[in-house]
Design a protein around this ligand. Sequence first.
Ligand code: TXA
Ligand code: MG
Length: 319
Amino acid sequence: MQVISNPTQDEIVIAANALKKGHLVSFPTETVYGLGADATNENAVKQIYEVKKRPTNHPLIVHISSLRQFPIWAASIPDYVNELAKNFWPGPITFILKRSHLAKDFITGNQELVGVRIPKHPVALQLLGEFEKLGGYGVVAPSANMFGSVSPTCAPDVLDDIGERLKKEDFILDGGDCEIGIESTILLCTEENIKILRYGNITRSQIENLVNIEILDQNADSNVRVSGNLVKHYSPHAKIVLDQKPTHGDGLIALFQIPTPEGVIRLAAPKDIKEFGQTLYRAMRLGDKKKLSRIMIISPQINEISQPVIDRIKKAAAE
Ligand code: TXA
Ligand code: MG
């Protein structure tokens, strides 16, 4: 495996060729780092599951570079989804729709649905664009971490997590730290309504302001498999404890106003919710590197903006 920092256009073309030949490429997005493979290549996709040790019935999101590719993957796209896509793409929102013939069982976890997203990071967009120029249709990319652990938000975290499991011909493209730091909002879209399957940076109000369609919440009955919906997920090795007083030897993640008691190891002191999201996973990983047995997280106040962050914190703390 080769790590390429701040890849040039030529280097991105090399990585796109590797994808086309069936190799894996980890790349930055605005949310978290993805581990990409040609979405039409069953063998390549199989390698993603092997590297991550991810159960094969967990579907993958198809990443594309432009709206032109969208109808290739979805059998039908409701008007309101086109409206949302036009507004929020490239960006941190994924639509789950009826699949086209191209979206095979090996990417959808045998479901009749496909997830699609256009990410915002320039390296991701260039990589996907070059891949499409080579005749590719889309790149499936789960977060580039071992199944069940927190998503990587920088290339060194990808390397730490899965570096040794990648093959010689695979790549990690280092495009710096992810701007958002938590995964995209996922919407299950039917003709009748939207179900928010995973909270992310794009909020319910942003969606409501744009389209006139019923929006149901995450916990509304759903038998769609979203791995982020397992109660215990996004979790480091250290035990995550919420909203208690940290004691000697504990790690602490809390907004900057909250002081660090003596003997407590401060892992992050974000100045606002945006920074909380950016640093949360990194801080949890830091706690693991320091071999802490407990990490205390003081949750920010709940509101629409902090909701996705609180959602990840709760999942990390779940027993
Ligand atoms: O921000 C993100 O979405 C990142 C970056 C790399 O794009 N990707 C990501 O992928 O978080 P992953 O695989 O770690 O989580 C994607 C979630 C999974 O929980 C999966 O179950 C759900 O999306 N998903 C994907 N395709 C689906 C489908 N066809 N039906 C239902 N859920 C789907
Ligand atoms: Mg993931």
